[in-house]
Design a binder for this molecule. Structure first.
Ligand SMILES: [Zn+2]
Length: 110
């Protein structure tokens, strides 16, 4: 399974399904929300798709803490001064966001 498909399946709302081809999408009998092709997570459009779904998840606060140091203690932040400076600037970017999300979902949860 590709990273994009894994992310999609973790975030999808009901009736949002991943299809490898437009033909497969046409044959699916679910009442689709959204169309084909699936989101491209290297674009700002894909980032928006993922962001809207990530913030609905119960693990969202844990992910933000994992990925940005927001809500970490002063001691944790002081231990990594570079991360404190990079913070959200680094995080709000299509590819870096998806990479952080993938690492989190694959076991990096705190
Ligand atoms: Zn479908």
């Amino acid at each position: 399974m590709t990273k994009s498909k894994y992310i999609f399946e973790q975030l999808a709302r009901p009736n949002e399904c991943w299809h490898e081809s437009e033909y497969e999408w046409d044959k699916c009998d679910k009442p689709h929300y959204g169309g084909w092709p699936p989101p491209d997570f290297s674009t700002w459009s894909g980032f928006g798709w993922a962001w809207e779904r990530v913030i609905e998840k119960p693990w969202y606060p844990d992910f933000i803490k994992f990925a940005t140091y927001i809500d970490n203690t002063e001691e944790e932040i002081e231990a990594d001064f570079l991360m404190k400076k990079m913070g959200l600037n680094n995080f709000i970017h299509p590819q870096r966001f998806i990479d952080a999300l993938y690492d989190f979902l694959k076991g990096g949860r705190t």
